[in-house]
Design a protein around this ligand. Structure first.
Ligand code: 4NP
Length: 169
């Protein structure tokens, strides 16, 4: 038997390198840092090695810490995201991450617009499709509302991150 040549397409991502997951929203101070915090926490709990980051499609809050309401909500669940800092999505993220999870259709459009190949476009996924496949439903933006909005964001992201990690392990 000869030595087989294994192409990148035939090797699952997790066998080539640690899977690299990017969470994206508009401001990178509410939904995506919450998603990254939940993912980081759950991966640690489950003993799964991943690379993770989050960013925003806008430049509104670059270098800022997450919104206090997001930090407080996450702390209620024992997760500290106060160390995270906002940055803006950039084209290079398509090369540096295997999967790019966006929170809503507006994020999706903004990210897809920057993709210059089908391979890059295929990396972009609506995060709630993890729990409601094919629904393309949004994680509602909690920025203008009260703590209730942050609670429902937490609940949706918690379920979604579990599913994401189920595929990785
Ligand atoms: P995020 O929420 O996209 O979940 O971080 C927002 C934060 C800030 C703004 C909008 C949404 N803003 O317009 O400044």
């Amino acid at each position: 038997m000869g030595i087989g040549v294994v192409s990148a397409e035939t090797v699952p991502i997790f066998l080539m390198h640690m899977v690299r997951l990017l969470m994206v929203c508009l401001g990178n101070i509410c939904r995506s840092p919450m998603a990254e915090g939940i993912l980081r926490h759950k991966a640690q709990e489950r003993g799964i090695d991943i690379e993770h980051d989050s960013c925003g499609t806008s430049n509104y809050h670059i270098a800022e810490a997450p919104d206090d309401r997001a930090v407080d909500k996450m702390a209620q669940y024992g997760i500290d995201i106060s160390d995270l800092r906002a940055r803006q999505f950039k084209s290079k993220d398509f090369d540096e991450f295997d999967r790019i999870y966006v929170m809503d259709q507006s994020n999706y459009r903004d990210v897809i617009r920057m993709a210059d190949s089908e391979e890059k476009k295929a990396k972009v996924k609506m995060i709630l499709n993890e729990i409601h496949p094919g629904s393309d439903s949004p994680v509602p933006d909690p920025w203008f509302g009260g703590m209730d909005g942050f609670e429902s964001v937490y609940q949706l992201l918690e379920l979604s991150c579990d599913k994401i990690l189920d595929h990785v392990k």
